[in-house]
Each structure stands twice: as structure tokens, then as C-alpha cells.
Write a protein that binds this ligand. Structure first.
Ligand code: IPE
Ligand code: IPE
Ligand code: MG
Length: 286
């Protein structure tokens, strides 16, 4: 690791004053503090975020839950800029789950409308930063306006390769696996695939974004310690981090703290190493 972890934990920005959610965000390289720098392989290539805690953040301030979603816009843009600075290549953000339809019609309506707005207002900025916006999720039930906004953003940013921003909208890990199973079954039934040859690679090829690499680091904000049906296949060996900070108060420095902690972790992927010295191999000639 080339940048030491901060000796004092940074103050939790829990009580930071709400900002204008649509305010311009300092771009990559424009922050007062430098981003941590990592040796090759020390930074996660794929970070998956569960942006949780919007509603509680707002309610604790006497505001409606929807104000928390609004405040999350700035946090998202700031975190994307920080991810670019730290060399993260893929950033997946859980925006709306297949279970979030259980919320009140008013909240669902707000989230759908706001997602469309954010994409319309922020895509030019993301394009300038070299971000390729992509969508992962299920088409049925998702509002046409949201699908349209996602497709327009994807189309405009298709040529960018600094960072892939994967917006998980109407996304569920089980839905993704069930959809993959259905299309594998259809190919087998049509005689294009030998069922005996279905393996992990077959499943991976039938996911929503087959080229998306496995998640290296999953971060969930707001103190909840669960994965809520997120990227189940891709997170098989992800490192997990749970931040107490509610999503509207998360920012690029909070992300950098997580990346520094990640760089200090040891990943084994099921392997093992003998760490006890063999008797007689003490190097003293005995
Ligand atoms: C995450 O914040 C945003 C979405 C799920 C869309 P929440 O809305 O879940 O906020 P809490 O967890 O209820 O505080
Ligand atoms: C997960 O958060 C989904 C998103 C952040 C979009 P939830 O708030 O919906 O998850 P649960 O219900 O607390 O597990
Ligand atoms: Mg929540």
C-alpha cells in the first residue's frame, strides 16, 4: 500500500448539513485531499455499493423519506469521482431492488421519477469524466421512462472506459439467476446447448452483464449487515464492509477509507498457506 491508513478515524459525516442535491460536484482530481494511491492489484477492480439509509437519514431530520433519496444524488456523484481517482474500474450501485416494489406507491413513484431526472441532469458530467453508464436489472414492471433514460445514458457514454457505472435498477440477485436459468433451458430445449455441458461458465454467460467481473469489495452504508439479494453470483468471494454512515452522508473520503482497509485484507479464495515454521527449519543450522 502506498498511502498509509489515517491514524485517526475520520469523523463520521453523519450530521453534515444537507447540501443542494443537484449542486455541481468536484470532478476526479479536484478534491482538496489527494486520493490514496495503490500498487497494482491492491485496489479493488469492482466495488459494489448498497446505498442504504436514505429514509432514516431524512426522517431523523424531520424530513420525508423522499428527501433522503434526493440527498443521495450528491453522495453518488461524489463517490463516483472518488472511485475514478482511486483507479476503481467497475462501480455497481444498488438503486432499486426487485423487492423495493413493496414500498408505498408514492415512494416508488418518487424513486422512478428521480432516477430519470438524475440521469437526465448528470449524464453529460459522467460522460466528461469518462464514465460508461450501464444498466443491470429486469425489464418487466420497470417504468418505461426509467428504461429510456438508462438506455439514453448508456448510448451516450458507450465509448467511455475510465469507469463502468453499473446502475442496478429493478435488480435482484435471485431474479438474475432465475432469468439465466430460463434462457439456458430455452437454449437446451432448442437443441443449441447440451444440458450435460452446463457449468459455471454457462451460467456466467447468461447473466444480465456477462462481461461484468466478480465483485472484489461490497460496501453497504447505514449500519445494516445483510446483502438484500444483491449480485449474489458475482459476490461469491467479495470482501464485505458495513459502514455506519447513512448513504446521503457518504462521500469520496469515506470510500477511500474502505479502499485502504481493503488493501490491508488478505483474500484466500479457498486456498491456504502453511504459516508455522517446520521444526528444524529455523535457519540456525540445526
Ligand atoms: C436506500 O435507502 C434507497 C433505496 C432502497 C431505494 P432506503 O430508502 O432503504 O432508506 P432506509 O434504509 O429505509 O433508511
Ligand atoms: C437494498 O436496500 C436495496 C437498495 C439499496 C436499492 P433495502 O433498504 O431495500 O434493503 P432491506 O429491505 O433493508 O434489506
Ligand atoms: Mg433501506
Amino acid at each position: 500500500m502506498m498511502t498509509p491508513a489515517p491514524s485517526q478515524p475520520r469523523p463520521t459525516p453523519m450530521d453534515r448539513a444537507p447540501r443542494d442535491p443537484a449542486a455541481p460536484v468536484a470532478g476526479p482530481g479536484q478534491w482538496s485531499a489527494p486520493a490514496p494511491r495503490f500498487a497494482p492489484g491492491e485496489a479493488p477492480a469492482h466495488v459494489a455499493l448498497i446505498m442504504d439509509g436514505n429514509g432514516r437519514w431524512a426522517n431523523q431530520r424531520g424530513l420525508a423519506r423522499t428527501e433522503g433519496h434526493r440527498a443521495g444524488e450528491y453522495a453518488l456523484m461524489d463517490t463516483i469521482a472518488g472511485a475514478i481517482d482511486a483507479g476503481v474500474r467497475h462501480l455497481s450501485v444498488y438503486t432499486f431492488s426487485t423487492e423495493n416494489w413493496r414500498r408505498s406507491p408514492a415512494e416508488v413513484r418518487f424513486i422512478m421519477g428521480y432516477a430519470t431526472d438524475v440521469l437526465a441532469r448528470r449524464t453529460a458530467q459522467l460522460d466528461e469524466w469518462g464514465v460508461h453508464v450501464r444498466w443491470s436489472g429486469r425489464r418487466p414492471r420497470l417504468w418505461k421512462s426509467v428504461i429510456g433514460a438508462l438506455e439514453r445514458a448508456e448510448e451516450r457514454t458507450r465509448g467511455n472506459s475510465v469507469l463502468d457505472l453499473v446502475m442496478c435498477v429493478n435488480y435482484g440477485g435471485r431474479a438474475e439467476l432465475a432469468d439465466a436459468a430460463r434462457s439456458i433451458a430455452a437454449e437446451a430445449a432448442a437443441g443449441r446447448l447440451d444440458p450435460a455441458r452446463v457449468g459455471e461458465r454457462t451460467v456466467a454467460r447468461h447473466l444480465y452483464l456477462p462481461d461484468l467481473p466478480d465483485v472484489d469489495l461490497m460496501i453497504r452504508t447505514s449500519g445494516e449487515q445483510r446483502i438484500s439479494n444483491y449480485l449474489l453470483w458475482q459476490m461469491a468471494y467479495a470482501e464485505m464492509m458495513f459502514s455506519p454512515v447513512p448513504w446521503p452522508a457518504f462521500d469520496r473520503e469515506a470510500l477511500w477509507d474502505c479502499l485502504l482497509e481493503y488493501a490491508g485484507r488478505e483474500r484466500r479464495f479457498g486456498g491456504a498457506e502453511e504459516l508455522v515454521a517446520r521444526p528444524g527449519a529455523g535457519g540456525d543450522g540445526s
